[in-house]
Design a protein around this ligand. Structure first.
Ligand code: AMP
Ligand code: MN
Ligand code: MN
Length: 321
């Protein structure tokens, strides 16, 4: 029996949490965990709490039962998924603080080990993949498989990113055997974009700027652009991944304005630059090839500060050649 199952057995009430602005891995992992706990502990008080989550994941079982506000109640067990530090639990961190026991299942290299028990596999493609290893196969039905498959698909960019391993594919294969409509999951939740999402993507790509001999590239979406197109940050998913695939690019930076002189930073790299180190330096976190943080200052300041670190890493690599 895994640590997670043991802790589940000992709890009469369970709360499941993810990170702020949940993505596909976070949504899929939390709803997989929710279904699993419900099946395993019939009659127990099981909750899943997330805020500001994308509607495109409404096909996932349990989506309409997500609790959006933190209350006064306390739980025997708090399960934190895909969340690298306590702060990223947002307002729900109160449930972690007051729970009798807690466990975090995650794959961020920057995970701070903030829960009572921490199952962190930094090399894993997704939290969904790590979570799969913690669950008993016999309780993984089609609905639960849809959740885990969604998590894996989103965090691997549909099995493209370097974090994808043979094990990832094996797990995806097992999940497919439950009869999930994988084509629909991939098309509808990953590739499908609204007209306005496509327009803002086009605009962001048109305005991207290369520097360091084309090894770095950045683009920015300002609040006024979001207002003009009538989009929100959730509509900007995937822009940074387009930048990363431009020929010659090692490191891609995407910024969007969250407040006056305050930017959400997304970074992606291809071979050399460890963007998790740079994001962690500026108070964020993530993975070696995909990371993020929040930074203040002008666009110029932000890009300058980031490029200093990127350049240092690139020079260090060249020194070894
Ligand atoms: P993003 O660029 O927002 O798609 O995030 C890339 C990766 O970095 C994801 O795994 C995020 O969980 C992580 N990440 C993004 N922003 C932050 C942050 N402010 N703090 C910690 N991790 C972050
Ligand atoms: Mn995530
Ligand atoms: Mn993840």
């Amino acid at each position: 029996m895994t640590k997670l199952e043991q802790m589940l057995n000992e709890a009469a009430s369970v709360v499941i949490l993810g990170h702020v602005n949940p993505d596909g891995d976070c949504m899929g992992s939390c709803l997989a965990m929710y279904r699993y706990a419900k099946k395993r502990k019939q009659g127990a008080d099981i909750r899943v709490c997330l805020k500001n989550f994308p509607e495109k994941f409404s096909y996932l079982e349990g989506y309409d039962q997500i609790q959006e506000e933190a209350g006064e109640e306390t739980f025997d067990l708090c399960i934190c998924l895909d969340c690298s530090d306590r702060e990223r639990l947002g307002e729900f961190s109160v449930y972690l603080d007051t729970a009798r026991a807690s466990i975090c299942v995650d794959h961020h290299v920057t995970n701070t080990g903030y829960a009572g028990e921490n199952v962190v596999e930094a090399g894993a493609s997704s939290t969904a993949e790590v979570l799969y290893g913690q669950l008993s196969d016999d309780l993984i039905d089609k609905e639960l498989a849809e959740c885990l498959y969604t998590g894996i698909v989103h965090d691997t960019g549909v099995f493209r990113f370097s974090s994808t391993t043979a094990k990832t594919m094996e797990i995806a294969g097992k999940l497919m055997e439950t009869g999930i409509d994988f084509t629909k999951i991939i098309d509808d939740s990953f590739y499908k974009k609204t007209y306005l999402q496509s327009q803002i993507l086009g605009r962001a790509l048109m305005e991207c700027i290369r520097f360091m001999d084309g090894k770095c590239i950045f683009t920015v979406v300002k609040s006024q652009d979001m207002d003009f197109y009538g989009v929100t940050p959730k509509d900007l998913d995937g822009i940074v991944d387009h930048l990363r695939t431009i020929d010659g690019v090692e490191c891609a930076i995407f910024l969007y304005e969250i407040d006056n002189h305050m930017y959400k930073v997304s970074m992606r790299s291809n071979y050399v630059v460890d963007v998790s180190r740079i994001a962690a330096y500026f108070g964020g976190g993530g993975h070696v090839r995909a990371a993020g943080c929040t930074m203040s200052g002008s666009i110029h300041d932000v890009v300058n500060n980031l490029s200093e670190h990127i350049e240092k890493q690139l020079l260090a690599v060249n020194d070894h050649d």
